[in-house]
Design a binder for this molecule. Sequence first.
Ligand code: ZN
Length: 246
Amino acid sequence: MRIGILGDIHGNVEALRAVVAAMQKDGVDTWVQVGDIVGYGPEPSTCIDIVRELGCVTCLGNHDAAVLGLLDTSYFNNFARAAIHWTTPRMRPSDLQFLRSLQLVVKRPPFTVVHGSLHMPDQFGYVITQVEAIDSLEQQDTRLCFVGHSHVPSIYLRRDSAPTEIRVDPSSEFEVSYQGYDRVLMNVGSVGQPRDEDPRAAYGLVDTDREIAWVKRVHYDIAGVQRKIREAGLPEVLANRLALGV
Ligand code: ZN
């Protein structure tokens, strides 16, 4: 099985289309999406349509929850909050119905999907450090778990015999064999708003027969989506940061 994983699409159709085309060439047969389809970007509904057409196994992100009014946006920074206020009234009833149907944690052996961390998933904590990875791995009872939220790719590998010894590969793109490891926690990076100083769109890929995991990067039309962000009246910084990958 080849699992393709999308994360943190954030209303960026240009990035999403480029990534999906690359994943189709990779021969993905199971599609996964780790949350935050909406927020920040100018085309949230089109992104929801694409995720639904692909039949992605999908969990709820914090921006998705904020649009539904399920999350207090006072914890968001000003630009994120402004984007939520822009996005919410533009959602179609079918978009809200779809987002409302999403769960915080979706388990489909051999993998589990959660936006931030399996450790208190409703708190939307980040997996950035090894300590945070261990907290999530403690709750992981499938071999694979896919997360997003930080917009920074990474992979954490663990053997059950040595639960605190974690092998980490934090590169912006990688190919990692997980043969011999019992638990794999993979942050797939962000399709629509990368923050690891690499502006290319990111996605995850796993070949469960060969036991290999990748994060791959794809160029897309950044200028095109920047134009749409400015035309939409979204905060200027949301356009500028895409070119820097921050
Ligand atoms: Zn996000």
